[in-house]
Design a protein around this ligand. Structure first.
Ligand SMILES: Nc1ncnc2c1ncn2[C@@H]1O[C@H](COP(=O)(O)OP(=O)(O)O)[C@@H](O)[C@H]1O
Ligand SMILES: [Mg+2]
Length: 213
């Protein structure tokens, strides 16, 4: 399955989530092929750190859009392709989205981010002939304080958007995501018992239910 992690917003957590899911898939014994089509190359950078640290399971980044097209044509059963894209290269983003089986959109809980998701959905629809990819959103960098209801309100708004499915598990704003990333590790490697790990694993289970069967 080809999953593209995308959004029009920088800093929404695309590279963080792509990386964590790639590590998780590799740990699950799935053949995962990771592509970084964002000129910012954050995913490539974090994987380079991981390689320098010789952390297992090892990951590597594959080439650009041409290699992605080849990988998509020759995708093997049980293989997962994960693509990190950014708005710095809209053409690459659109090309990846048009190939995708599904698009995963991290959304920060703010009105601006909801509007941006709506715009993104229109772009996806325009780029994809007849049957476009499924588009899934989830809340990232949610509030950790009970009294703050912004994440609930953002989730409520997301479920009303046509053509979008909300994945219930949320990632909250947690330093573990930043700290693990800078070590080239997934959150569940650095702090397996932490809250961030639990959140990420819940998201992985919802996103990759088919590999757990
Ligand atoms: N849930 C989170 N909690 C705390 N920091 C996060 C979280 N998700 C992402 N970040 C941090 O936010 C910044 C942007 O994330 P990144 O994954 O690079 O976003 P994008 O790829 O969408 O631009 C990074 O410093 C990352 O560590
Ligand atoms: Mg990024």
């Amino acid at each position: 399955m080809l999953t593209v992690v995308a959004s029009l917003k920088g800093g929404s957590g695309k590279s963080t989530v792509t990386f964590n899911l790639a590590v998780w898939l590799a740990m699950a014994g799935i053949r995962v092929r990771a592509f970084d089509l964002d000129p910012q190359a954050t995913l490539s950078d974090v994987i380079e750190v991981r390689q320098d640290e010789k952390t297992k399971p090892a990951l590597r980044i594959e080439g650009g859009i041409a290699e992605l097209m080849a990988a998509d044509r020759a995708v093997a059963d049980g293989e997962e392709i994960l693509v990190d894209v950014g708005t710095a290269d809209i053409e690459a983003m659109n090309a990846a989205v048009s190939m995708a089986d599904r698009v995963l959109v991290p959304v920060q809980p703010s009105q601006a981010d909801i509007w941006s998701v709506q715009r993104f959905l229109r772009m996806v629809r325009k780029e994809s002939q007849d049957q476009g990819p499924e588009v899934y959103a989830f809340i990232n960098r949610g509030d950790t304080h009970h009294a703050v209801r912004e994440s609930d309100e953002a989730a409520a708004a997301l479920v009303t958007l046509p053509g979008l499915r909300l994945l219930r598990p949320r990632l909250r704003q947690r330093t573990a995501f930043r700290r693990s990333f800078s070590e080239g590790q997934a959150v569940f490697e650095l702090e397996p018992r932490g809250k961030a790990a639990r959140e990420l694993l819940a998201l992985a289970a919802a996103t990759y239910a088919h590999v757990l069967k």
